[in-house]
Design a protein around this ligand. Structure first.
Ligand SMILES: Cc1cc2nc3c(=O)[nH]c(=O)nc-3n(C[C@H](O)[C@H](O)[C@H](O)COP(=O)(O)OP(=O)(O)OC[C@H]3O[C@@H](n4cnc5c(N)ncnc54)[C@H](O)[C@@H]3O)c2cc1C
Length: 537
């Protein structure tokens, strides 16, 4: 078993590195975070944060400061080729994970909040102006080499693991010769974050005009994001656009002064996935592992999902509660969904942002036809076209057909009633940081079958409008609004094993315990088998 005194090295203070460092530190793991630049970035990038990212940030007590910088509960309104509204999309259940489904924000502000949170943690050392230049595998860690960007001086550090959150041009990927597979597009977009804007819609607007596909997303305090697809000859990717170009593109929507352009850039995009996400003790996360067109607003959110998935595993191994085998489940669980999101973002862009008048006409016709049918309307307005985050491989055990609806999915986060005093609490505040076993209307004696040594939080889920009463060693919870019943009513009398990232690993009755235990061990978790009744397996 591995138990490392060394810190974990996080490379890159973009949103993914900052989230990963905060999550690691919150789990008691010492972290060194290095960033090549002298500050966090001020680029016009992500503007949409989803409910899963907010839930992840909640695990490090960051959701409240982050909620202060977002416009919560936004949606997207799609317009046809002639500017007529087509439909308004929101999430299927806006609060399924305990937070609004879609939230507008500015990436530089999120990075600022996350870096401030790191400064308040005693087990994190942040080094800006420090570039990773080498990463050699040693017997018990990674020997990383750095260059100080101001003095050119070299330094070294041995880390237990290296989390490369170093973006699309990842140094680690280059050092370890890991390729990316997919397509790079030469379509150029201009992005401008503006101030003093009069748009007050609490939703983003996608205008599917084939002559000039355009995105407009109003933000807080008179801020507004504009994105325009440029025509050939109007500009190249990666440059700061001339103010005159910004003014001309904005003219149909508003007048603007140079001081009202908060930030602007032109960019091209990629739809690529790294061929390997793990190389020894080094892992790729975020844009270093996958890059996607921004039309689904999922690049950063996918990176935060990577951090949520990997960090608890690294922490378990660091604390000596699991072997390194557990770390192999990271790529197995995350790669399929990230790949699906890359493909989806590509397709969405091709449909919504097409420059072909014929394809735009066909799109509008198909959408209007779908809207006439209830199932089609639900599919569009509830964004059911977005690939759901589900694990199909990794640390999970499906024992029956009925499990498919839950195993591999994230447990919803309703507000629940908790004794004593029937306090309303968010479910995650009851689940704690580690694994949790939820007995869904399981009779008290049935709990004795669970191994006493399983260091998992035990929760009695009390359904059917009954009072929750906690027994020794278990916390009871009850429904407040029917959402617990809706989520778990189908698995009465069984146990749910929920991983620290809130994904459901297994649903089982007492008879399946040996199988569950074997599965946990197979993936490196150190679990004892003595039962509460003192019986060995
Ligand atoms: C126009 C636009 C709109 C977008 N909208 C959305 C959206 O609405 N929602 C969404 O989820 N995503 C969106 N995205 C994508 C999102 O911005 C990226 O996915 C996100 O920035 C990736 O974060 P990251 O931390 O992985 O990488 P980055 O943000 O690229 O950060 C990587 C960091 O690593 C540092 N670094 C690199 N190499 C080294 C080294 N050798 N040593 C030290 N440091 C190093 C870099 O300086 C950088 O600070 C959008 C992108 C664009 C361009």
């Amino acid at each position: 078993m591995d138990s490392r005194p060394q810190p974990v090295l996080v490379v890159g203070a973009g949103p993914v590195g900052l989230a990963a460092a905060n999550l690691l530190a919150a789990r008691g793991v010492p972290v060194v975070l290095v960033e090549r630049n002298t500050t966090t970035s001020d680029e016009a990038k992500a503007i949409s944060l989803d409910d899963e990212s907010l839930r992840t940030l909640q695990a490090a007590d960051l959701h409240e400061p982050v909620l202060r910088i977002v416009v919560p509960g936004t949606g997207t309104r799609y317009f046809d080729r002639k500017g007529r509204p087509l439909f308004h999309a929101r999430g299927p259940e806006p609060y399924r994970l305990g937070h609004p489904f879609k939230n507008q924000f500015a990436q530089p502000e999120l990075e600022r909040v996350l870096v401030e949170a790191l400064a308040a943690r005693s087990n994190v050392h942040v080094a800006f102006g420090t570039e990773l230049t080498g990463a050699e595998e040693t017997e018990d860690g990674v020997l990383a080499t750095f260059r100080d960007m101001a003095t050119g001086r070299t330094s070294v550090l041995t880390a237990a693991w290296l989390l490369a959150c170093d973006g699309g041009r990842s140094t680690l990927r280059e050092l370890r010769r890991i390729d990316m597979t997919g397509t790079s597009y030469n379509q150029v977009w201009l992005v401008a974050d503006t101030l003093g804007d009069e748009h007050d819609e609490r939703y983003g607007m996608h205008h599917g005009r084939p002559d000039r596909p355009t995105v407009i997303v109003p933000g807080r305090d008179g801020r507004c994001r504009y994105e325009f697809q440029l025509r050939p000859g109007e500009g190249a990717g990666g440059a700061r656009p001339e103010f005159e170009t910004v003014r001309r593109l904005l003219a149909p929507y508003r007048s603007i002064e140079p001081g009202q352009v908060e930030r602007s850039i032109t960019y091209t995009f990629n739809a690529v996935v790294a061929d390997r996400w793990r190389d020894g003790r080094c892992f790729l996360l975020g844009d270093a592992a996958h890059m996607m067109p921004p039309f689904a607003g999922q690049g950063l959110n996918s990176g935060v999902r990577d951090a949520a998935n990997l960090v608890w595993k690294v922490a378990e191994v660091w604390h000596g509660r699991a072997t390194q085998a557990l770390l192999d489940t990271y790529e197995a669980e995350r790669r399929p969904h990230a790949t699906a999101m890359v493909t989806f973002s590509e397709r969405l862009g091709r449909v919504v942002m097409t420059t072909s008048p014929g394809r735009a006409r066909l799109r509008d016709l198909v959408v209007r036809t779908l809207l006439c049918v209830p199932a089609g309307r639900r599919y569009l307005t509830q964004m059911r076209f977005r690939p759901p985050a589900v694990h199909r491989d990794g640390l999970l055990l499906r024992t029956g057909r009925s499990d498919r609806r839950l195993v591999g999915h994230q447990l919803p986060q309703p507000v629940v009633l908790v004794p004593p005093g029937l306090r309303p609490l968010r479910l995650d505040d009851v689940l704690g940081d580690g694994f949790a076993v939820l007995g869904v209307d399981v009779p008290g004696p049935a709990w004795a079958a669970l191994p006493a040594a399983w260091p998992f939080t035990r929760i009695d889920v009390v359904l059917g409008d009954r009072m929750p009463r906690s027994a020794e060693g278990r916390q009871a919870i009850a429904d407040i609004d029917g959402r617990l019943e809706a989520a778990l009513g189908g698995v009465r009398g069984r146990f749910l094993l929920v991983k620290p990232d809130r994904y459901i690993a297994a649903i089982f009755g007492a008879g399946r315990l040996p199988m569950v235990t074997r599965e946990l061990r197979r993936h490196g978790l150190v679990v004892d088998v003595a039962t509460s009744a003192g019986r060995p397996e």
